[in-house]
Write a protein that binds this ligand. Sequence first.
Ligand code: G3P
Ligand code: MG
Length: 252
Amino acid sequence: MAKATSVLPLGLARVAGHRGAKLRAPENTLAGFHAAKRLGAGWVELDAKLTRDGVPIVIHDQTLERTTDGAGRVESATLAEIGRLDAGKWFSREFAGEKVPTLADALKAIAAEGMGVNVEIKPCPGREHETAEASIAVIREVWPSSLPAPIVSSFRRASLEKAKMVAPELPRGLLIEARETGWRETAEGLGCKAIHPEWSALDTEWVAEIHRSGFACVTWTVNDPQAAKRLLGWGVDCIITDAPDLIVPLVT
Ligand code: G3P
Ligand code: MG
């Protein structure tokens, strides 16, 4: 059985809740982050993008339809407009009244729970630099130094480049869908501390190679306990899951 509390790189926990606890509460909401804590996750992952007026908020899709009662593109809506939307009742009546949180409010809630956070910069196309810059400004403003520094991750190299430029001190994670030639050089060039591969792309050799190259290995999105056991056996540092309750028992 993998140890939950062994000393992990970057102050990581073995289990991080994906978008909060996506299978248990509406994703990327404060209720979701509190649920992740209740279900035993030590960290959470969330997605940051910008409103039309440039405020970092926590939402996954480029459009509002799936996770709110609004419509249209996130980048076309102001913070005030998004603030009027319900982001919980699509999931279940119990969560009616949940809002799309600002990144600032999300980070404050997560820090109050004593959890760590992986802020995925998920820019609308063309906003790679400004999304990274504005999200980092929020992290700097609200995140307490008593907790592990947030890992700033992205699929978008331009966002990671900007993050490196404006906040070299914050650990960066390179998100990877499938093993690609040159992953190590890319991550080194971006000054990354962690590689975040999609879990089915991993095998024991790649995990070892990631570690040998000096990176932490954070994988997503693992909801199958059998797969999680295998990944933990290979030495993956952190598993991002929609259902922390299914994975946490494997590491405690
Ligand atoms: O950060 C891991 C994972 O969240 C990346 O994919 O689309 O769920 O944000 P996505
Ligand atoms: Mg994400």
